[in-house]
Write a protein that binds this ligand. Structure first.
Ligand code: CP
Length: 302
């Protein structure tokens, strides 16, 4: 059993993972030891840089009594083009579970196909399912995760984080509004998945989209691998910056979310991201707990 896409989980699995993560977080806060994964090993295969994902997987595995090893582009044969098929077959024989951050989702599928151990998507160009779980746990903690709650994604609605959140918030029955430029290509498969479970509006006017929102989420305008298009993308997304005027359109008590790293003054102003409605550090913290829940689930310990 792998965890490659947010569309691959059911509503029931989503809620049980969130409940398990909540329990693990409470246990961790009380300092209660949990050695459920003693003797288990995690291989981290990372083609791209990471702060949150890497640290939360490594430390999460250690907190559950297991151990982790990192293979990056610089310390492995990844950069020399060793086939994912060979890498997956071998890591599957060494490790009990693999978390992989790869540029291409097709490469992740090839890795998972060859591995005898479960593979977790730690971000690809298509999806970021661990981020979606952490975002939903954060919404739950802030009482925003309920059917009919209005979720607005502002900016780049055509990439991994938007895809993951579209799928996850629709599973939770939230009403989704995607606020993006006309040129932005929304993933048809994820849009259709979300529309089959909830309502999804597409707007090209962020102020109108933000009206009565419970949650406003944004992400960087230039993701890893898009650096060559930086200037064009900056111009294209400029009208979709989340600032205090946008937040005023949302409900009183609405929260602001971002998966980080963030670029203050670009997709969000410093006043909003560092202001009282921001939940950025809660969401980053929750990466640890949802990934621990996920590893326990995939290794049959939950
Ligand atoms: N949000 C996220 O995935 O952060 P990192 O790139 O630091 O892992």
């Amino acid at each position: 059993m792998d965890f490659l896409t947010t569309t691959g989980i059911s509503k029931q699995q989503l809620h049980s993972l969130l409940q398990l993560a909540k329990n693990l977080k409470e246990e961790h806060k009380c300092g209660k030891p949990n050695n459920s994964l003693a003797g288990k090993t995690l291989a981290l295969l990372f083609e791209k840089p990471s702060t949150r994902t890497l640290a939360s997987f490594q430390l999460g595995m250690a907190q559950l009594g297991g151990s982790a090893t990192l293979l990056s582009s610089s310390n492995s044969q990844l950069s020399r083009g060793e086939p994912m098929k060979d890498t997956g077959a071998i890591l599957g024989r060494y490790a009990d579970i693999i978390a992989a951050r790869l540029y291409s989702h097709a490469d992740l599928e090839e890795l998972a196909q060859a591995s005898s151990s479960p593979v977790i998507n730690a971000l690809t160009d298509l999806d970021h399912p661990c981020q979606a779980l952490a975002a939903l746990l954060t919404m739950k903690e802030h009482n925003k995760l309920f059917a009919g709650s209005k979720f607005v994604f502002a900016g780049d609605c055509g990439f991994n984080v938007a895809n993951a959140l579209m799928a996850a918030t629709s599973l939770a029955g939230m009403e989704i509004t995607l606020a993006c430029p006309r040129e932005c290509k929304i993933n048809e498969e994820y849009l259709s998945f979300a529309r089959s479970r909830s309502t999804v509006e597409v707007s090209h006017d962020l102020f109108a989209a933000a009206k009565d929102a419970d949650v406003i989420y944004t992400d960087t305008w230039v993701s890893m691998g898009q650096e060559e298009e930086k200037e064009k993308r900056m111009q294209m997304f400029l009208p979709f910056q989340v600032n205090s005027q946008v937040m005023k359109e949302a409900k009183k008590g609405a929260i602001f979310m971002h998966d980080l790293p963030a670029y203050r003054g670009k997709e969000v102003t410093a006043g909003v991201i560092d202001g009282p409605q921001s939940t950025i550090y809660d969401e980053a913290e929750n990466r640890l707990h949802v990934q621990k829940a996920l590893m326990l689930h995939l290794l049959g310990k939950a």
